[in-house]
Design a protein around this ligand. Structure first.
Ligand SMILES: Nc1ncnc2c1ncn2[C@@H]1O[C@H](COP(=O)(O)OP(=O)(O)OP(=O)(O)O)[C@@H](O)[C@H]1O
Length: 487
């Protein structure tokens, strides 16, 4: 087999094991760099991808190469120099056609009004910020105003957002011209901190000594702005402004609608990506799930790195509340919420950061005239927020992580071909939990467990069901695992 045929074969096996989504996120830009008799070098475009693959997938990739060629001893990941686009920047001519109707514009206007955003286009974003934010007025920006409270300093890190936060900070610190993973696509269900993180990137990039030219927009604002520019015959100057930016941050991508607006967005995206300008996008679903998007936009968005954020666990929720209180106390030192009430709220309000924020605001307001709130009274006041929102989605990765940790094996072993007893039982338990805690099908679970056949999953689920019915110790163990997974 030639070297490149071997690489293609291993790539195909890896794709089957990790599933097409994970493969597209992390291995879409993996290339064969060089190969000696015993060492394979693979290259990726960024140090972030290198350390990500090294930490999580290197053993799996090494095993696959060794299965194909027993002489291979080692696989190394190296970073190739930053990839610049090969296509010339697209000189987009505006097609008025079915320009965004008044509907998105009206929605954008409503949304902006709801957020108290009265800023006119062309005004510098900093003008909308309170003086306390101290953002340097370095370059003209346009777009939605930034909220200075949404900074990296106030963003609480935890296992559910660690990767997204690391990627966000890397981009914000990289500054103009130093493009990283492009585009960075952050997704999560509602209220889990996407807007906060995106604004933190924009704020930090503006504040950086390199003073990159940053535009932060919601998709609705983009639609409204383009529709207005088309109506006012001003589209060329708008495009000229956007062409000269270093960082485009765009929120709520799922709302981008309208054929010609998507066409414009596609031009902008191509132009920025091809000239190695950083783009950061957030949405409530993964890029491949954005069904209403033009396939060209979707495919371009899938070409970078997609990272999912999950809901905050108890420690994170408590920390979010504490930081909120610190900020409130900076303005009014007499404010306070007792520690037992804070931890009670963090324990009860599990839906999302947004419910937590609502709970915090209500508490602060109530305590100004009911300073001695009891826990019972807190429950009464916040009852509607307890378990509000959608139930948290359990991910197969979380199940694998919790089960692997509990049985002291690695996640890679769990999805590997190894058939020793110490691994087979945790693997079967993890498959059983994946079937009972997620809506995934048997074939999908099989794919996520190293490309196994659906009958293997079916067998595992039946086996664990049988064991549970006669083994109370195991059934308690499984209940404990379920609690840990849902935490
Ligand atoms: N990790 C976190 N640290 C601090 N605050 C957080 C964190 N996660 C969420 N929040 C807070 O929760 C609230 C909701 O977050 P945000 O608006 O960023 O969510 P979102 O994912 O953009 O939601 P949507 O999908 O509805 O736009 C905000 O007040 C935000 O500051």
């Amino acid at each position: 087999m030639t070297q490149s045929a071997l690489f293609d074969r291993v790539s195909a096996l890896l794709k089957a094991q990790v599933g097409p989504d994970v493969f597209a996120s992390w291995f879409g830009r993996l290339k064969l760099h060089s190969m000696s008799k015993s060492v394979v070098r693979l290259s990726v475009p960024t140090t972030f991808l290198k350390s990500w693959i090294n930490n999580r997938y290197l053993d799996q990739i090494t095993t696959l190469f060794q299965q194909e060629d027993a002489e291979i001893l080692k696989v190394e990941i190296v970073v190739r120099s930053a990839m610049r686009g090969t296509r010339a920047p697209i000189e987009a001519e505006l097609t008025v056609g079915d320009a965004a109707t008044s509907a998105p514009a009206a929605t954008a206007a409503r949304r902006n009004a709801a957020q108290g955003l009265g800023q006119s286009i062309g005004q510098q974003a900093t003008a909308a910020l309170p003086a306390a934010a101290k953002l340097p007025v370095a370059t003209p920006l346009f777009g939605s105003p930034l909220d200075p409270r949404y900074s990296f300093a106030s963003f609480v890190e935890g296992s559910s957002n660690r990767v997204a936060l690391a990627a966000a900070k890397t981009i914000a610190e990289a500054g103009a011209g130093a493009v990283r993973f492009n585009p960075l696509f952050i997704h999560s269900s509602v209220g889990l901190g996407k807007t906060h993180l995106l604004q933190a990137i924009a704020i930090a990039a503006i504040q950086s000594p390199r003073a990159s030219r940053v535009v932060y927009l919601t998709a609705e604002y983009f639609m409204w702005r383009f529709a207005t520019a088309i109506r006012d015959n001003d589209a060329l100057s708008l495009k000229e402004t956007l062409r000269n930016i270093d960082l485009l941050v765009i929120d709520d991508m799922q709302f981008l609608q309208g054929k010609s607006i998507q066409h414009e967005f596609c031009h902008l995206l191509n132009m920025l990506l091809d000239s190695a300008k950083q783009v950061v996008v957030a949405a409530d679903r993964a890029p491949w799930e954005l069904e209403s998007l033009d396939p060209r936009v979707r495919s371009r968005l899938q070409g970078g790195v997609a990272i999912e954020m999950d809901g905050p666990d108890y420690e994170m929720r408590l920390e979010i509340l504490k930081r909120r209180l610190d900020v409130a106390r900076e303005e009014d030192p007499s404010l306070d919420i007792p520690a037992d009430i804070l931890s009670h709220v963090a324990r009860s309000i599990t839906a999302s950061g947004r419910e937590l924020e609502g709970a915090f605001n209500q508490l602060l307001f109530r305590m100004s005239f009911e300073p001695q709130l009891s826990i019972e009274r807190v429950d009464e006041l916040l009852g509607h927020l307890v378990n509000a929102g959608e139930p948290r989605r359990v991910r197969i990765e979380d199940i694998q992580r919790v089960v692997a940790k509990h049985y002291n094996v690695s996640r890679q072993e769990l999805v590997s071909n190894r058939r020793t007893r110490v691994i087979v039982k945790p693997r079967q338990i993890a498959m059983y939990l994946a079937k009972t805690l997620t809506p995934r099908s048997f074939p999908e679970i099989g794919r996520r467990f190293g490309g196994r056949d659906h009958t293997t999953v079916l067998h595992a689920v039946r086996k664990i069901e049988d064991l549970i019915s006669g083994d109370t110790k195991l059934s308690h163990e499984i209940e404990l695992l379920k609690r840990l997974i849902n935490e």
